[in-house]
Every structure is written in structure tokens, then in C-alpha cells.
Design a protein around this ligand. Structure first.
Ligand code: TEU
Ligand code: CA
Length: 543
């Protein structure tokens, strides 16, 4: 495959900014777009002193009543006053591009806010021309709900609207009514919002809840889940078969892709849930007519049953399944964290060794064939912050585990305002450590490891473009090679176990990056020895 400039996303590292929590510049305790501009040099100033990322994904920045912190959009073509103005957004686009950074916004096509003018019209009467822009149904003759679908946040997906006596569908909060993508006017209007931003220079979108926009035409009940176990989430009592990854959603994806293709070099990454096969289908057919990328969340949760353990067997199984399920030339996108999930260290810290695993995770994420995404603060090892009851913000906390702990302000330094804001922040700060200022000065810090890994990847062809090949390794070790004809190969090995392990690398090589810098340098034999929980990248002419 020969890469052109429009394929930048294949080699990119993307950094997710949760804008409320990155940098406040006007003293209201809420991060803003001006703050993102001020911190761009931290992200990439063109030198190895900076993180070196290629693109930013901004969680929603649109006007919104903030029932779900921006995932309830009331105007897809504006900027929320908390974050700035359209002028600030244009300046951010310009400042990013001046540094060679691409900017992705977060498109929320499955639902709007209940305050979006379309929904205000739609709910006003059964005969309003926009009635059919949302999904309205009568109660069943016996008075029960239109079907058995549940909200992702728990409880029924239907709310009765008193004015017109019908129920509307909301797959999330009742403040987030689902759009009716089977109405061609809805699709056309939503696709126009993409063109609006492409026209302003936005380089692409993360696409929220991609897999749910097209539902079963008759909204048939979901079948019950025979595998449900006590302790699993309430919503998993049913199989989300008629409202998630429904076959026709893949056709809508192709029509969305066609709009991206109207503007060269734009990229779409879908938030999708399901098996490796279901995720793979979002890339389209072999001719790449689906999404450019689709998140694989299995490093965070393999199935509906709980979180994935830090375990070589699980990692290997997930990677091999993804590699086997993608169309030719498609590239995986393994998510290690985002604004919906506990932070990496907090997920893997039962024995207090989460910080060590976080170092190995850098080598995993940057070493795999994939487009890495880094959630802000992961690069310094931020952990979930305990939020006192009276400071909780996330509406999803009412029925599911709240997401506030992983959304706390970025810790820039150890000062009382953490370099984030002089004001009381919208969510409380964590302890003074970790913070960027301390780690910036420490060559052994997690931040330094991230920087080195990202710049190494930028400068190593096999890490950017090499094929993936699993390597034989002892139990507890996941090892693979990145191989590109005509270029030195890179072997990567991750020991997830509590004992030292040896990986055979006949022909030797040089450790070019490791969780512990003491491991770096030429191998003395054809073996790599990995201490417990360590990981390394080894370069040699061939693996
Ligand atoms: O998330 C979709 C989703 O299904 C989950 O990640 C969900 O938030 C989680 O399971 C709650 O326990 C996306 C966004 O990432 C999320 O922030 C939004 O709340 C949601 O869509 C609605 O737009
Ligand atoms: Ca602010």
C-alpha cells in the first residue's frame, strides 16, 4: 500500500482533550478553547521536549444545556459559550495547523439535546413537519411501553411526552432524544453539519455511538440475554440486537464516509461496541468505503462482564482477533482509556502496581499496529479522583457508575490551582502528584517515557507502517514483531506476570525502548529478559 498525505491518520498519534478539564483561561473553573491554544506547545512544539502528538480529538464543544456534558447538542454548528466563540475555534484550528497538528471534533449523530430546535418543533404537535425527525410511538394497547429497549444509562429508553401523549425514544438520558435516521431529511441535515466543519478546516470527527443510529424498522423487542449474571449491568439483561450494530447501520456509515471523501484528508473514527467482527465491519468493504477507524474497546472491557485484566493471554487474544477481523489495509485502533472509563492505573491497581503497568501500556499502545489514542492526563498517570457526594456532576451516576473520577482537571503543576485554574474547578483536583511540571524534569517519569515512545515511533518506519506478526513467547508474555520490507524490524514484548521471563530473539538486537531504561542497549545473547510487569522494544535487521 502506498501512503499519500490524506493517509496521515495511519501514522498519527491522537490526544483526546476533554475541554472542560484541560486548561481554564478566564477563571470560571471550566477549561476552554483558549486554554487548548495555550497548551499546544506541550502537545507538539516540533521538538522532542514536547509530547509529539499529531492530532487532537476534542470532546463536544457545541452549544448544549450540558445534561450529558456536551453529548446533548443543541446546535451542531456553534461553540458553547463556556468554551469560547466561533472566533476562538477558528483560531484554535489555525494554531493547530501552524504546528502541523490536526483537529478532530466529536460528532453526536444518534441523538440531540431536548433543547435542539428540531426537537422543540418535533414535540410541539403530532402534525409538526419535524415530528418524524425523532422516534415517537404510542404505548402498547395494554398501556405498556412501546418496546423493551433500555437506556445505556439504565431504565427504559422511552419517556412519555404529556403534550402529545406519545413516547419518544432516548438511548441515553431523557434529555437526549434519538434522531430518526430512517428519515432522509434527518440524514441530509446531519451530513450538512459535517460539511459545515470541514469547510472551516476541521480535519475529522470522532463519531459518538456510531452503532446505534439505525434501528430495527419496526423497533422490535430485543431478545433476553441468557448469559446475564448477577452483578452484570441491568442493561445487559437483553441483547442489544435491534438497536446496536443493526445491519442497515453499515449502509449509513458508507453514506457518511462519502461526505468525508468530498474533502481530501479528512478522517472519521467511530465509537462502536461489539465483537471484533462487528467492529471490523465499520471499516466497510475492502475498498475502504466505511470509517477510516473504529475503536476497539476490548483492552478496557472484553465483553459486558467487567473490565479486562492486564494479562498477556487476553491482550494477545484481543489483538489477534482484531487483526483477523479487519478488511485488507484497515488498521486497528485499540482504546486504553477515555472519558467514560476508569483511568488506566485505577483499573489495574488492585496490588498497587498499576503505575508499573502504565509504563508497559505505553509500549503496548505505541508498539502495536494501530492508531494510538491517548486520553489527557494518562501520560502523567492520573488516577481516578474520589469525588465527594456534593460535587458529583455526571448525570449517568444515578443509574450506572459515574464518570466524574476520570474527568478531573489536568494537573499541570503542584500549585493549589494545579496550573489549571485559579478558581474552584468544576470537578475537584486530585493530589498534587502526579503533575506535568514534576515529570517534565524527570527523565525516568511516565511523561518522559510517553515522549520517547512517541518520538521513537515517529522516527521508526516499522513502528509506523510495519505489519503485525505474533512471536512465540512464554506464558505471561505477549510478543510480536513489526515488519516492513527494506526496514529494520522491531520486536515488542510485554510481560504481564509477576516473575521475570525470557523471550527468544535469535539474532539478537538492540533494546531501543523499555519500561526501565536500564534494560536499553544491545542484547548480550539471543534472549530478552523482562523483569515482572516490564516491556521492551527491540530493533534488529529482521525478526
Ligand atoms: O458513550 C457511549 C456509551 O455507550 C458508553 O461509553 C457509556 O457512556 C458508558 O457505558 C456509561 O456507563 C458516548 C460518549 O462517549 C458518552 O460520554 C456519552 O454520555 C454517550 O455516548 C451519549 O452521547
Ligand atoms: Ca474557562
Amino acid at each position: 500500500m502506498s501512503l499519500g498525505p490524506e493517509d496521515w491518520w495511519r501514522e498519527a498519534v491522537v490526544y483526546q482533550v476533554y475541554p472542560r478539564s484541560f486548561q481554564d483561561t478566564n477563571g470560571d473553573g471550566i477549561g476552554d478553547l483558549e486554554g487548548v491554544i495555550q497548551r499546544l506547545d506541550y502537545l507538539n512544539d516540533g521538538t522532542e521536549r514536547s509530547l509529539g502528538i499529531d492530532a487532537i480529538w476534542l470532546s463536544p464543544t457545541f452549544p448544549s444545556p450540558m445534561a450529558d456534558f456536551g453529548y446533548d447538542v443543541s446546535d451542531y454548528c456553534g461553540v458553547h459559550a463556556d468554551f469560547g466563540t466561533m472566533e476562538t475555534m477558528d483560531r484554535l484550528i489555525g494554531e493547530c495547523h501552524r504546528r502541523g497538528i490536526r483537529l478532530l471534533l466529536d460528532w453526536v449523530p444518534n441523538h440531540t439535546s431536548e433543547e435542539h430546535p428540531w426537537f422543540i418543533e418535533s414535540r410541539s404537535s403530532r402534525h409538526n413537519p419535524r415530528r418524524d425527525w425523532y422516534i415517537w410511538r404510542d404505548a402498547k394497547p395494554d398501556g405498556s411501553l412501546p418496546n423493551n429497549w433500555k437506556s445505556v444509562f439504565g431504565g427504559p429508553a422511552w419517556t412519555l411526552d404529556e403534550t402529545t401523549g406519545q413516547y419518544y425514544l432516548h438511548s441515553f438520558l431523557k434529555e437526549q432524544p434519538d434522531l430518526n435516521w430512517r428519515n432522509p431529511e434527518v440524514e441530509a441535515a446531519m451530513l450538512e453539519t459535517l460539511r459545515f466543519w470541514f469547510g472551516r478546516g476541521i480535519d475529522g470527527f470522532r463519531i459518538d455511538v456510531m452503532g446505534m443510529i439505525v434501528k430495527h424498522p419496526e423497533l422490535a423487542d430485543n431478545p433476553l440475554n441468557g448469559d446475564w449474571m448477577p452483578g452484570d449491568r441491568e442493561r445487559s439483561t437483553q441483547l442489544w440486537q435491534n438497536n446496536r450494530n443493526y445491519p442497515e447501520v453499515y449502509d449509513a456509515v458508507k453514506r457518511i464516509r462519502a461526505v468525508f471523501d468530498e474533502y481530501p484528508g479528512r478522517m472519521g473514527v467511530g465509537e462502536v461496541f461489539g465483537t471484533a467482527e462487528e467492529v471490523g465491519r465499520y471499516y466497510g468493504d475492502d475498498d475502504g468505503n466505511g470509517l477510516h477507524l473504529a475503536f476497539n474497546f476490548q483492552f478496557i472491557h472484553e465483553a459486558e462482564h467487567g473490565l479486562t485484566a492486564w494479562d498477556a493471554g487476553a491482550l494477545r487474544r484481543i489483538v489477534n482477533a482484531a487483526e483477523a477481523s479487519l478488511p485488507a489495509e484497515a488498521q486497528p485502533c485499540f482504546a486504553l482509556g477515555n472519558h467514560d472509563r476508569p483511568r488506566f492505573i485505577s483499573r489495574h491497581n488492585a496490588d498497587a502496581r498499576g503505575p508499573e503497568r502504565a509504563r508497559a501500556a505505553v509500549i503496548l499502545l505505541l508498539g502495536l499496529r494501530n492508531t494510538p489514542f491517548i486520553y489527557y492526563g494518562e501520560e502523567i498517570g492520573m488516577e481516578d479522583v474520589d469525588i465527594p457526594e456534593d460535587r458529583l456532576q455526571d448525570p449517568a451516576r444515578i443509574r450506572t457508575i459515574g464518570r466524574d473520577p476520570e474527568r478531573t482537571p489536568m494537573q499541570w503543576d503542584a500549585s493549589p490551582g494545579r496550573g489549571f485554574s485559579p478558581a474552584e474547578p468544576w470537578l475537584p483536583f486530585g493530589d498534587t502528584s502526579p503533575n506535568v511540571a514534576d515529570q517534565d524534569r524527570d527523565p525516568g517519569s511516565l511523561l518522559s517515557l510517553y515522549r520517547r515512545a512517541i518520538w521513537l515511533r515517529r522516527n521508526t518506519a516499522a513502528l509506523l507502517r510495519g505489519a503485525y506478526r505474533e512471536l512465540p513467547a512464554p506464558a505471561d508474555v505477549f510478543a510480536w514483531a513489526r515488519v516492513l520490507p527494506g526496514e529494520p524490524s522491531v520486536a515488542v514484548a510485554v510481560n504481564t506476570g509477576p516473575t521475570p521471563r525470557e523471550v527468544d530473539l535469535p539474532g539478537g538486537g538492540t533494546v531501543i525502548l523499555a519500561t526501565d531504561q536500564a534494560l536499553e542497549g544491545p542484547l548480550k545473547s539471543g534472549k530478552l529478559t523482562l523483569p515482572p510487569l516490564a516491556a521492551a522494544m527491540v530493533q534488529a535487521p529482521k525478526y
